[in-house]
Ligand binder design. Structure first.
Ligand code: ATP
Ligand code: MG
Length: 337
């Protein structure tokens, strides 16, 4: 049985990277067989503390965004992570079986000093918090709690999937076969959309550079402005070479992802254009694609009670499976009498 799990943090409005790297796959997978869980992973987002208002708003924003992108809450279980306590329970079990050193080099911990954000509340010390260190354990729990076989996600999640599979294997060796192996679903062309202002890093919700990301609810003018100011290089031809020309290749990737074409096809279209003219083309493609999403978003976002009802429905469905699977784990561990 195919089981799909994926999550998104309520850390702001999703951007083109989230859309092309994850949400677009999420939508497509709804037409294939299998159980589907899409989680708003609020517990993960607590690792960078925000205000109460920010969190409350953000959870509803993300819910409306996902619905606007045509996630179907009847087909997929769309729910809020913290409403299903088994995520943290399983994460504790996993923490009891994973060595401290295994997490030391994972990016969530290693990169912590580089993540600063005005939306973030001031941190009391420079050392970093335990939650940030054990974040990958919670992620492993998210996936294994539903015995997921496939995780549609960007390539920043690949290292966490390795940990998940390692853990599952070692658990199965000791306690008998229970957890499946999980594979990532990601398309190399869209798995890492880069920051428009700094193409050496990925586009992120929690990066300070707002001009570096296009949020899926951005207005047309904002989209045009951000793409116009996107960093490219001194070559004016449009070619696809992510290693040597990350800036312009990023625009090609965005173009391809939204138009369902290959980089070769995109470059052919742009054969007689310089990067300036190509930016105008890409901006138009983005605007055409995002404006209906933005309209649906603003409509959906007005009815907060409906959004809460939708999440509540998902929470109940997720909780049922989570409880069943976690009880099976308790049984294997000998703590279920
Ligand atoms: P944050 O900066 O708060 O971590 P984020 O932009 O990284 O936000 P997440 O909520 O952490 O977004 O990730 C949601 C999904 O989007 C994940 O599957 C992740 O791999 C994917 N993703 C995030 N950024 C990109 C990107 N730039 N390109 C492709 N996929 C991405
Ligand atoms: Mg992230």
């Amino acid at each position: 049985n195919r089981v799909i799990f994926s999550g998104i943090q309520p850390t702001g409005i999703p951007h083109l990277g989230n859309y092309l790297g994850a949400i677009k796959h999420w939508v497509k997978l709804q037409n294939k067989p299998g159980d589907i869980y899409y989680s708003i992973v609020d517990l993960h987002s607590l690792t960078i503390p925000k205000s109460r208002t920010f969190m409350r708003t953000s959870i509803l924003d993300i819910t409306a965004c996902l619905l606007a992108c045509e996630i179907n809450p009847e087909r997929a279980v769309l729910y809020q992570q913290s409403c299903v306590p088994e995520h943290t329970l399983l994460s504790w079990v996993i923490g009891c079986l994973v060595p401290v050193n295994r997490l030391k080099h994972l990016p969530q911990w290693k990169g912590r000093t580089y993540i600063h954000n005005e939306k973030q509340m001031p941190s009391v010390d420079g050392g970093g918090h335990i939650g940030r260190y054990t974040y990958p354990l919670l992620q492993t729990a998210d996936i294994l709690l539903y015995k997921a076989t496939h995780v549609p996600a960007g390539d920043d999640q690949a290292v966490h999937l390795i940990l998940t599979n390692e853990f599952a294997k070692s658990f199965n060796r000791t306690h008998g076969h229970f957890f499946p192996q999980t594979q990532i679903i990601s398309d190399p062309t869209f798995a890492r959309i880069r920051d428009l202002r700094n193409p050496t890093v990925k586009m992120s919700k929690s990066s300070q550079s707002e001009n570096g990301r296009i949020e899926i609810t951005d207005y047309d003018d904002a989209i045009r402005g951000k793409i116009k100011r996107a960093i490219t290089d001194c070559t004016s031809a449009v070619t696809y070479d992510p290693d040597n020309r990350p800036g312009v290749s990023n625009l090609v990737q965005i173009h391809c992802g939204l138009s369902d074409i290959t980089p070769t096809e995109a470059c052919n279209t742009a054969q007689n254009m310089d990067t300036g003219a190509y930016k105008t083309l890409v901006a138009n493609v983005v605007i055409d694609h995002l404006s209906p999403i933005r309209e649906r978003y603003f409509e959906l976002r007005q009815d907060e009670n409906r959004l809460k009802e939708i999440l509540k429905y998902g929470n109940q469905r997720a909780a049922k499976v989570a409880k069943e699977n976690f009880n099976a784990v308790r049984d294997l561990l000998g703590i279920q009498l």
